[in-house]
Structure formats: structure tokens, C-alpha cells
Design a protein around this ligand. Sequence first.
Ligand SMILES: [Ca+2]
Ligand SMILES: [Ca+2]
Length: 277
Amino acid sequence: MGLPSRYTPSLRIALLGIALAACFRAAPQSADGPAAFRDTLADGSPGPEMVRVPPGRFLMGDLRGDGDFDERPSHPVKIERAFAIGRYEVTFAEYDRYGAAAGAPVPDDGGFGRGDRPVVNVTWQDAMAYAIWLSDQTGQRYRLPSEAEWEYAARAGAATRFWWGDDPGSARANCAGCGSEWDSESTAPVGRLGANRFGLFDVAGNVWEWTADCYNNSYVGVPDDGCPHIYRSCGQLVVRGGSWILPPREMRAANRFRWIPVSRSDEVGFRLARDLP
Ligand SMILES: [Ca+2]
Ligand SMILES: [Ca+2]
């Protein structure tokens, strides 16, 4: 059985181009803006809650010497422009609204339920298509975060293994052994565990989150300006943050994993970013 045409390699290249195009932004940017906001969709309903992340510098990668080989070398990254990122993982309620409006396929919920659970069983193309639809609905540029933006937002200034410190602690995340009521059983409704200093929930655990970057097993030669690392022979994309069925080590802010863009999993969802004027 052939894959639907929307999964062709040429479309993937086009979508990677869209992801990269978000980086060519020369216009000056206003220094201030609301700390959090929701755009309005075409039917007047509110979009997902977005949080403003300020520009800044951070060290990306394994900062504790105990990470995986693909987290090295740790390297300085300068995020030159403020951007917005979802306070929560995209939920089934949000994605199903898109599916109903745009006629997109309905992802299986893995038996976990829909509503405020994070959407799962979505391909990278599904995530990109949702971002494009939301951009069309709001007149703003929604997109997947680059891997650097994701780690910058997830760390929220922390150089520790997790945004809250070096120890897994208890009930900080939904993972196998993190001490939440959903550990190893299912996804958790978004926003039930603590938020980091930028106000983001579930960057550690619950579901892996698609990024805009092609996976490469080293940080040698990657962009240092917050742009995604994209190349033509890209076969796998980066997911971040670990999931409900993996041990605490996988929840580390530096942790990376690779996923085939056409594959679906009940461990993988996403969080959107948005350009700020
Ligand atoms: Ca997550
Ligand atoms: Ca890893």
C-alpha cells in the first residue's frame, strides 16, 4: 500500500523549507509584548495559549557530563529574537477542532482519552499541517520550534539536568518513575504538573515533542543562532522531552531522540512556536 501523497519526500522537503524560512527575519522587533496571549481564530474562538520567551544566550547540550553522545559538544547558542511557544503541549481538543475544520484525519487517542490530553499519533507532517492551518486562521506565523528554541524554552535559564534541578524529585513530570499518578500508564492531561520559569508545562515528560530539526548524531557544525538544523538528506527529525513510559533520565532538558517523520506513536505529540513581530 502506497503512502498518501501528502507524505511524499518532495513535500517533506517543502515543509523543511517552510521550517527554515522562519529563520530569515531581518525586520526589527518590538522589545515588549504581552507575557502570554491567545490569538483569535477565524470563527472568533481563542487559539492555544502562547507564552513570550525573551531573547538570550544559553549553553545547549550535555552540561553534566552524563548525557548521551548526541548531546555533545555542548555549545553556546544565541536566541536573537523573542518568540512565543505553547504553554502546553497541543491538546486533542485543539487538534480535533482543526481536524473538523480542515478535514484532517483524526488521530487515535491510544485509549487515553481526548479533550485536554496531549494529541498523540501525529506525524511530523500532521504537526506542520496544523501549524500552517493555525497560521492561516490567525494571520500569524505558527511553526514547530527549532531544537535550540525548544531547549532554551525548556531550560528556562536552568543549567541542571531538569528545569527544576539535577534530581528527578517527585511528581515533577509524567514518566516511568517520576512519581505522578499517570506514570507508565498513560498521558496526563496537560498542565497538571509544575511549570518552569517561563511558565511552560510538561516540557519534561508526558509526550515527546516534534521539533523543526533534522536529526544529526552530533552538535558539530550546527547553527548557533537558534535556527533549525536542516539538510536535504534528512531522514529523521528530532523529538524532545521524553514520554510517559520512559525513565527520568529521558526527561533531561538536553535529551534528544530521533523519529521518522511519517511515523505515529502514542508517545509523540508536539508544541507550537509562533514568531513575534
Ligand atoms: Ca512533553
Ligand atoms: Ca537520547
